[in-house]
Design a protein around this ligand. Structure first.
Ligand SMILES: [Fe+2]
Length: 138
């Protein structure tokens, strides 16, 4: 059983977004696996770097999609703010990992898991509804 198992409830039914979300799930599961095996920190750093890199690409992609939709500006701004806060938090974990500090690992794994689940099920679902209401050809 994965640390963060994928399930149908996370599907937005927008293929590219779903496949990007699955990559994020996979990276978080890989990070968990590395950290639990107590492999050299370099391996975990590499995965965390990839998670940071891919998350940025994903957020830009997602923001481009929902910016085009006739949604409330408030919802768009809040969504972007959640993305920025996530990036800040993950960068601070990255720094701690760099410093060889291990006390935050349970915190970090819990944060990644809870944040992604909640963000998809609550925030991403808002633009999903708008996306299909206004047609996927926007
Ligand atoms: Fe999002």
């Amino acid at each position: 059983m994965d640390f963060l198992p994928w399930s149908e409830k996370y599907e937005l039914k927008i293929d590219e977004i779903d496949s990007q979300h699955r990559v994020l799930f996979t990276l978080i599961n890989q990070l968990y696996g590395q950290l639990m095996q107590l492999t050299p920190p370099l391996e975990s750093q590499k995965i965390l770097d990839e998670l940071i890199r891919y998350t940025e690409i994903h957020f830009v992609y997602e923001e481009t999609i929902f910016e085009r939709l006739p949604m409330d500006k408030f919802d768009k701004d809040l969504h972007k703010l959640e993305h920025r806060e996530f990036c800040k938090q993950i960068a601070s974990y990255r720094e701690k990992l760099n410093n060889g500090d291990a006390n935050f690992i349970a915190d970090m794994l819990g944060f990644l898991k809870d944040w992604l689940k909640e963000h998809i099920l609550e925030t991403d679902m808002i633009y999903k509804r708008e996306y299909f209401k206004h047609g996927s050809n926007t």
